[in-house]
Design a protein around this ligand. Structure first.
Ligand code: 5GP
Length: 187
């Protein structure tokens, strides 16, 4: 069965941390490594965190139908789910885990239907997102502003997800997301 867990939420909502937690709990989950045209943050490894592609390579893959979904998540920065990577996960009989933006998550859910569970990570407030992004220190002030600008629209779409995890407390959120995934996969 080709099953999938789709996790989305604003930048700084903690979805990356929650995805890593899920991967540590369930060895049969495997992250779908996306392609992106942004550059590596330095500690990120090509093929592990992302496939870092040049814009022309990304657009070519998109035009050849090699991407299951893609978004220009931020101006000039493309991100996309690579078809072949997802198929390989399913061939290994594992469950695919997607860490994508809200638009991409909704698109994947429409494509995969009941075999996928979409989860929105709901942050306590925009102020908290801002704090997290500044504390993370991986983005320039301009990039942080772009990410924060996008958050209200993303949050307004949370009702379109199968489940919402409120991340007011990371420990609680970890427990909750594990329960939700457990419940979905045991069906
Ligand atoms: P970051 O630059 O912080 O790694 O990611 C920025 C945003 O792009 C995050 O919301 C992340 O989940 C999203 N993202 C990562 N990969 C994909 C993808 O393949 N498709 C889409 N639509 N969004 C993605």
């Amino acid at each position: 069965m080709k099953k999938a867990i789709i996790v989305a939420g604003p930048s700084g909502s903690g979805k990356g941390t929650l995805c890593r937690h899920l991967l540590s709990v369930y060895t049969f989950l495997k992250l779908s490594v996306s392609a992106t045209t942004r550059s590596s943050r330095g500690n990120e490894i090509h093929g592990v965190d992302y496939f870092f592609w040049e814009v022309h390579a990304f657009l070519e893959a998109k035009d050849h139908g090699l991407l299951l979904e893609y978004e220009e998540v931020y101006p000039g920065r493309w991100y996309g789910t690579i078809h072949r990577i997802v198929e390989e996960i399913w061939q290994e009989e594992k469950v695919a885990l997607f860490d994508v933006d809200v638009a991409g998550a909704l698109r994947l859910k429409r494509k995969l239907g009941d075999n996928a569970l979409s989860i929105f990570i709901d942050p306590p407030s925009i102020e908290v997102l801002s704090k997290q992004l500044h504390a993370r220190g991986t983005e320039s002030p301009e990039q942080i502003a772009i990410r924060l600008d996008k958050a209200p629209h993303e949050i307004s779409q949370k009702h379109l997800f199968d489940k919402i995890v409120r991340n007011h407390d990371l420990w609680q959120a970890k427990i909750e997301i594990v329960k939700i995934v457990e419940n979905f996969l045991s069906k």
